[in-house]
Ligand binder design. Structure first.
Ligand code: GDP
Ligand code: MN
Length: 416
């Protein structure tokens, strides 16, 4: 689950990370009031679940796809716009008047950045924060690195909006510092982070304290990522977070009732919300036209690859898990059929603990409950295959059956 910047800032603050001061507004008048309280010089920032806001563009809903095309195909359209001409979703304002005008220009528009996708994101809220006088920008994040079963700091003195480029062109400029989970926090980790960022003296002390706070935030919120970009050295000597991104591991949300309330469903794909509500796990909406139901995440990935190899495009990722309830199959089909792009469905089941006959029952039940007009290809193997096939034969529903995934992918692509 992603959080908004302002929510992430609050959590960071509570865990001892220095952040620039600010509050959110949903109207230009409120933005003005906050700017007045902060002394006039502020930055007004669109709050959406995507980065690249500074270099994004604000447009009407009907213009988002064309703008996305422009930003992603011509790098000249994607230049920094925060300080010069003010066109993006992060704007510096030197007076309360300017803050009000900036909020007016941002609120209610769709912000398109290279991270939003062609739909852009409607801006409902802006953060009005004290304007930082930035001497230097750094990058600092904590992530969970499965391969080493540890938290990992990623730090770079080349911060700001171009971190992806640094990673591609100068990977050695990016430091990776592991936190041993059985030892927990050790002060040397903070000192190492500061040293790798090239900070010394009081600034190194501030940075080490901030790194500890970042680590505590990650642990306390079960975050899969806490990212500060930029971390800034300010004109007054402070080291503080100027931006914040935080993603919480969905599997840990059950033990963070307070954090679960921070969910902003407007920012999430409607089909993914429907899937959650219907108890269909691990559904991710994609842009293609072939709906997929698969048991097992690895098999679901392989199925998408095979569809692509056959010249098709998957409409979704869906790992239905070990199914012991036909209704879950019905619900999965409900979600997939709600997507107007879907022109054919591939059901790929490798029955281990999942039973093929239960999947078959679900598919038959779905045909009973719904008027399914798209062709359906099923590739079934494993536990209770014979029972499942018998049920399908007796039901009289029309499905194309295949033994082999390659063949099933070819069939579903031509059916679509
Ligand atoms: P993002 O584009 O979505 O990552 O949003 P950021 O909050 O990181 O803003 C983008 C860029 O705007 C930053 O990298 C900074 O260079 C600049 N910026 C953001 N806030 C401030 C500020 O308070 N003062 C100054 N001078 N620049 C800022
Ligand atoms: Mn940023």
């Amino acid at each position: 689950m992603k959080l908004h910047e302002y929510q992430a800032r609050d959590l960071l603050d509570q865990n001892g990370v220095a952040v620039t001061k600010g509050r959110v507004a949903t109207t230009p008048a409120e933005a003005r009031k906050i700017a007045e309280e902060l002394g006039g010089k502020v930055v007004v920032k669109a709050q959406i679940h995507a980065g690249g806001r500074g270099k994004g563009r604000l447009v009407e809903e009907s213009e988002t796809a064309a703008m996305y095309e422009k930003l992603t195909t011509d790098p000249a359209n994607n230049a920094g716009q925060v300080k010069g001409e003010r066109v993006g979703g992060v704007r510096l304002a030197d007076t309360a008047d300017e803050a009000e005008a900036a909020a007016q220009a941002i609120l209610g528009k769709h912000l398109v950045s290279i991270q939003t996708g062609p739909e852009g994101k409607l801006v409902k809220t802006v953060l009005v924060a004290e304007q930082a006088e930035i001497e230097k920008e750094y990058y600092l994040s904590v992530t969970v690195e499965g391969g080493i079963a540890s938290h990992l700091f990623i730090a770079s003195s080349e911060g700001g909006t171009e971190i992806e480029e640094v990673a591609a062109t100068n990977p050695d400029a990016i430091a990776r510092i592991q936190v041993n989970p059985s030892a927990g926090w050790m002060p040397y980790v903070g000192r190492t982070v500061a040293q790798r960022l090239g900070l010394s003296g009081d600034q190194a002390d501030q940075c080490a304290k901030l790194a500890e706070g970042l680590y505590r935030t990650a642990v306390n919120t079960d975050a899969s990522l806490v990212e500060i970009n930029p971390l800034a050295l300010l004109g007054d000597g402070r080291v503080a977070a100027v931006d914040a991104k935080l993603s919480i591991d969905d599997n840990a949300l059950y033990r963070h009732k307070d954090l679960a309330e921070l969910r902003d469903k407007d920012e999430e794909a409607p089909l993914e919300i429907m899937a959650q509500d219907l108890g269909v796990p691990n559904f991710i909406k994609l842009d293609g036209n072939i709906g997929c139901i698969v048991n097992g995440a690895g098999l679901a990935m392989a199925t998408m690859d095979t569809i692509k190899l056959a010249g098709g495009e998957p409409a979704n990722f869906l790992d239905i898990g070990t199914v012991n309830d036909p209704q879950r199959v019905v619900n999965a089909l409900k979600v997939i059929l709600e997507d107007p792009n879907v022109e054919a469905i591939l059901i790929n089941i490798f029955g281990g603990m999942a039973r093929v006959d239960i999947i078959a029952e679900g598919v038959i039940e779905a045909h009973r409950q719904m008027d399914i007009r798209v062709p359906m290809v099923m590739r079934l193997v494993g536990t209770n295959l014979a029972e499942g096939e018998k049920l399908l034969d007796e039901s009289g529903i029309e499905v194309i059956r295949c033994r082999d995934l390659g063949e099933a992918a070819d069939q579903v692509v031509s059916a679509a």
